[in-house]
Ligand binder design. Structure first.
Ligand code: ADP
Ligand code: MG
Length: 232
């Protein structure tokens, strides 16, 4: 398959777990759209960041020691104005102190994305088969529905599209009951770009999840709102 324009090279990476922001910079280096965001250390900086990004915003507590942020009260969605943001900042900071004592790295303010559907994308390196990518239903549904497809990386656009269309959830993505269809071309493009990332990093990818990639309506694109990675 042909490498898409702007897919790589990867930035310099240190070994170990990356923060969400670091993992997103890696995705961005491969041309995968990610949320606009800023890391902040206090409520005034959070308010300034939110003004620059535009309300509504999302606030998350940052720690590379945490796996599931929302389970720990570290994700606050749809903050519509500054007062709500400042209150959330105090609460998330407290939750972060409890969840990861001494291992908090501040908060991130990010744009609130809206879309029609959420996908999970994953990359890994299999000892036998080499670099692989995965796609499935996003959010908490990923573990629950066991609706995941895998393919060796790198992947051609047509194969990425076929992989997504092969999911049991595919009818949902095509638009059910008058809902607009999700942008499957953008989803396939993100998966292709992730596959080049997997191929380039090879065994250095101990783990990499995009969960979720939010798909907007057809023609409107897709955006990674959460990412996790561990570099070997
Ligand atoms: P977790 O570590 O729990 O997976 P996430 O960052 O994925 O935390 O946030 C939990 C959920 O909140 C996501 O699955 C997604 O539905 C929603 N979400 C997170 N960030 C955003 C965002 N920037 N815009 C819109 N929805 C978001
Ligand atoms: Mg997530």
């Amino acid at each position: 398959p042909a490498r898409p324009e702007g897919a790589g090279p990867p930035p310099a990476l240190s070994a170990g777990p990356l923060t969400e922001g670091e993992a997103k910079r890696l995705l961005a280096a491969y041309g995968i759209p990610v949320t606009r965001e800023a890391t902040v250390a206090d409520a005034d900086a959070a308010a300034a960041a939110a003004r620059a990004i535009g309300y509504p915003v999302v606030l998350k507590g940052v720690s590379r020691a945490v796996v599931h942020k929302s389970d720990l009260g570290l994700v606050r969605l749809g903050l519509a104005e500054e007062e709500a943001l400042r209150m959330a900042f105090a609460e998330v900071t407290q939750a972060l102190d409890r969840a990861a004592p001494g291992a908090g790295e501040g908060c991130v303010v990010q744009e609130m994305a809206r879309g029609e559907a959420e996908l999970f994308l994953g990359a890994m390196h299999d000892a036998q088969f080499g670099p692989m990518v995965m796609v499935g239903a996003g959010g908490v549904l990923v573990e629950f529905l066991q609706d995941v497809r895998m393919a060796p990386a790198p992947l051609a656009a047509g194969d990425a599209r076929a992989l997504i269309e092969g999911l049991r959830m595919a009818p949902l993505l095509r638009g059910l009951r008058g809902r607009p269809a999700a942008d499957l071309a953008a989803a396939a493009d993100a998966l292709v770009r992730l596959s080049w990332l997997a191929a380039d990093l090879g065994p250095r990818i101990a783990e990499l999840d995009v969960n979720p990639l939010i798909l907007r309506a057809e023609g409107q694109g897709a955006i990674a709102v959460d990412a996790r990675a561990t570099i070997a």
